[in-house]
Structure formats: C-alpha cells, structure tokens
Design a protein around this ligand. Structure first.
Ligand code: EZ4
Ligand code: CO
Length: 416
C-alpha cells in the first residue's frame, strides 16, 4: 500500500498531439495513463490538472475501483469524452503502478494470457482501386492478417481514411486527418471535405469486388462508414457487401442513436461494429442487450480506462459480442498498450486495430509491445511496458490541430 504523492500532465506533439498523465506513489513507483482526445487535447489536460489532480494526492494508489467510482460519481456532471478520458488516464496509471508493484506485466492482473497474441488489423487505402490493391499488398508484406479498406470516391476530393500519400512507402504515417496549426503557419481551421452518400454507396461494393478478386476469399476485410449513413443507407450498403464477406462494417450510422441499428440489423447479415466515440457502458446498453452489434469499438483511453472497459467487455461477452478496440495513431502508445493487455486477457477478444506510431512518437514513448506475423504482443516488461521520455517530449511542444468537417455538395454540414 502506498499513497499517490505526485501527478503530472504532459502534453507533447511528436508529429501529433498526445496527453499523458504520470502518477507517482510514496515508494516512487510511477504509472502512465493516456488522456489524448484528438482536437480537444487541452480540455482534458485542464480537467486533469485543474480538477482531478488536486483530488488524487494522498489517495491510496491500490484502491483503483474506489478511485474510479469517486471520480465518476463525484463529478456529478457524469460521462462525456473529456471527463471519461481524464478518468481513463488516472485509472490506467493506477493499473500500471499496481502491476509494477506486483512485478508482473499488467495482463497478469486481468486474468493472465487467454491467447498467444492479439490479431491486429491494419489500414489499407487509396484514391483509386490500383492504389488500394498495392496498399493491401504492402500490408500483407508487413505481416498483417486482417486489413481495413478505405477508398477515394469518384467526384470527391479527400475522403476519410485515405492516406494522403499515393501508394508506396510501406507503413503510412500520413493518415492522421487532423489539420495542424502553428507548424503549418496557417490559421487553425478544420479542413472542409465534400461528401456524397449516393456516390459512396455506388462505389464501395466495386472496391471490395476488386479486392476479393485479387486476394481471394480468405483474408479478413473491414470497412469504416464513419457515421455518415442513415439506417436505410447503411442497410443497403450492408446488403451490397454481403457477397464480400466482411469481418465488419464499422460506424455505419451516427453513433448517438442506438435504436438506428435495429433497422440495419434486421436487413443485413454483414457484421456490425460501433463505439469508438462512446464513453460509457450506457452508450452500449440497447446495442448489447438487443444484440444489435457484433463488436465493441471503444478505446481504453476514451471509455474510463481498464476498469470500465473491462466491465463493458464482460457485459458484451454475456451476449456473444466480441471486442475490436479502437487503435488509430491518436491513441498514444500508452493507450495502445493498455488495450493490448486487455486483448490478451479477455476471453471475448475479437480483433485489435493497429497503426504503427511514427518514429518520432516511438522515440518519446519507449514501448515494450511488438507486432509479429499479424499478432500484437504486450511484451514482458512490468506494468504497461511503456515509459515517457520527458526530455524528448519537451522538444515537441503542443501544436493545435482539428479533425476535418464534412459538407454535402450543396454546402450542408454533414457528419465527418
Ligand atoms: O477517425 O481516431 O476506426 N478508426 C477511426 C479513426 C478516427 C480517428 C479520429 O481522431 O475511425 O481513424
Ligand atoms: Co472508426
């Protein structure tokens, strides 16, 4: 037993912004938690520094559940991405400390190993079909055994999920859609993208037809609809993609509306995944109890940490629903490691999203996890297995950045 004696928030931008909390206990054991919320980083940094850290000093580091309940119930204004990312950072840092004190990798405290590694999916993309096929090939060469496919749409400019570079270049570090401010010397405003759902619905099945024709029926393929369709449009896409046997169709409708998935579910057998922007189990209550989805997409970082996501996963398990945790590069290596420890331990693990972080990011965050032959391994370091180098972090000051916005062709604001 030891009390929390120190808490520091670190904001660094080695190519993109990350917010990290470090807690230290009376014995000098440290733990890290990820609090990165793409485009709203400083709101979480302030929530931690101004509202949570004053409550943490002197608390017992071992009492993780009580601390979680204290911060969740104690806020009165519950839930929301800012609050839940801040609570997640505290929670993960406490799990890191507890595992280091026990001298075990964190997954040992979550039930031990249920599998030898976590199946990961990578992101292939391209503006045109030939570039997409090249991108799939590159991912296969890198060892990926499951691949997400995102495509440009004829008549539209930049589209969500398509890497900025053309094919070539192996692991893509240029996928990050948030526009940066100071470094670009520009006035900070989100990029405005144009969107046409009918063009998208016509084009996407032709992409999957080409990918299946080239790579055969076995390779697990995923696709992200990024919240843009109505239930009827989503049902129509799900049906059109049935011949290509997707691993999942993600975020097909705007995520606030759980009941929207009833219609989609009744119309198509394409597996459904949702939840990267959810922040508590209540966002899933209808979806899980009515068995409207197949995979939960939450990130440890945005869903109250390991304590809460573990409960969501157990709740989902009762209904035969699996995990597919969010893992884009805006989850820091600390958040990615936390997901991996859960992936290894949970019985109802499904798949883990994985995009390798940039070289600059991996200098600032020293990581113990590895990717080999399509599987992610949390490694055998004590705790989470990630350390933050403060000196290197300080070389990359915060750089404001916003995610894009989306407008229909007539200028109407749409979901991005
Ligand atoms: O657009 O995390 O499935 N992954 C995703 C991500 C999100 C980004 C937003 O910051 O949808 O790429
Ligand atoms: Co997504």
């Amino acid at each position: 037993m030891a009390t929390i004696t120190r808490a520091e928030v670190n904001v660094t931008s080695p190519g993109r912004n990350f917010v990290t909390l470090r807690l230290t206990d009376a014995d000098g054991t440290t733990g890290l938690g990820d609090a990165t919320l793409n485009g709203r980083e400083l709101a979480v940094a302030s929530y931690l520094a101004d509202h949570l850290i004053p409550l943490l000093e002197g608390r017992e580091a071992d009492n993780i559940e009580d601390t979680w309940q204290y911060l969740y119930r104690g806020a009165y204004w519950r839930r929301g991405p800012v609050t839940m990312a801040a609570i997640a950072a505290v929670d993960v840092a406490l799990w890191d400390i507890k595992a280091k004190r026990a001298k075990v990798p964190l997954y040992q405290l979550l039930g031990g190993q249920s599998r030898i590694g976590a199946l990961a999916y990578g992101h292939a993309s391209g503006r045109e079909i030939p570039q997409i096929l090249d991108s799939v090939r590159e991912h296969l060469e890198l060892g990926y055994k499951a691949i997400r496919i995102q495509s440009g749409i004829p008549g539209l400019g930049s589209v969500y999920g398509v890497a900025a570079s053309a094919a070539g270049g192996g692991e893509r570090y240029d996928y990050e859609p948030a526009r940066r401010g100071i470094a670009g010397g520009e006035r900070l405003a989100p990029v405005e993208e144009a969107w046409d759902t009918r063009a998208y619905l016509r084009h996407i099945p032709t992409v999957f037809e080409a990918v299946r024709a080239e790579f055969g029926p076995d390779l697990p393929l995923l696709h992200d609809g990024h919240h843009r369709m109505t239930p009827r449009e989503a049902a129509s896409l799900g049906k059109a993609l049935e011949p290509y046997d997707l691993f999942w169709l993600e975020d097909c409708t705007p995520a606030e509306d759980q009941a929207a998935l009833r219609y989609v579910r009744s119309q198509t057998t394409t597996p459904i995944a949702i939840g990267e922007i959810f922040n508590t189990v209540y966002d899933y209550q209808t979806l899980i109890t009515e068995r409207l989805i197949d995979y939960i997409r939450s990130a440890v970082t945005h869903t109250g940490g390991i304590t809460h996501l573990n409960k969501i996963a157990d709740f989902a398990a009762i209904y035969g629903i699996k995990t597919g945790f969010h893992g884009p590069t805006d989850i820091s290596p600390v958040g990615q490691a936390a997901a991996l420890h859960l992936d290894i331990a949970l019985h109802n693990f499904g798949i883990q999203e994985y995009m390798k972080h940039s070289a600059a990011t991996l200098e600032v965050f020293d990581t113990g996890y590895t990717f080999t032959d399509g599987l992610l391994h949390p490694g055998d370091r004590m705790g989470l297995g990630v350390e933050l180098n403060d000196d290197l972090a300080a070389k990359h000051p915060y750089d404001p950045a916003y995610l894009p916005v989306n407008r229909l062709l007539d200028g109407t604001m749409h979901d991005w």
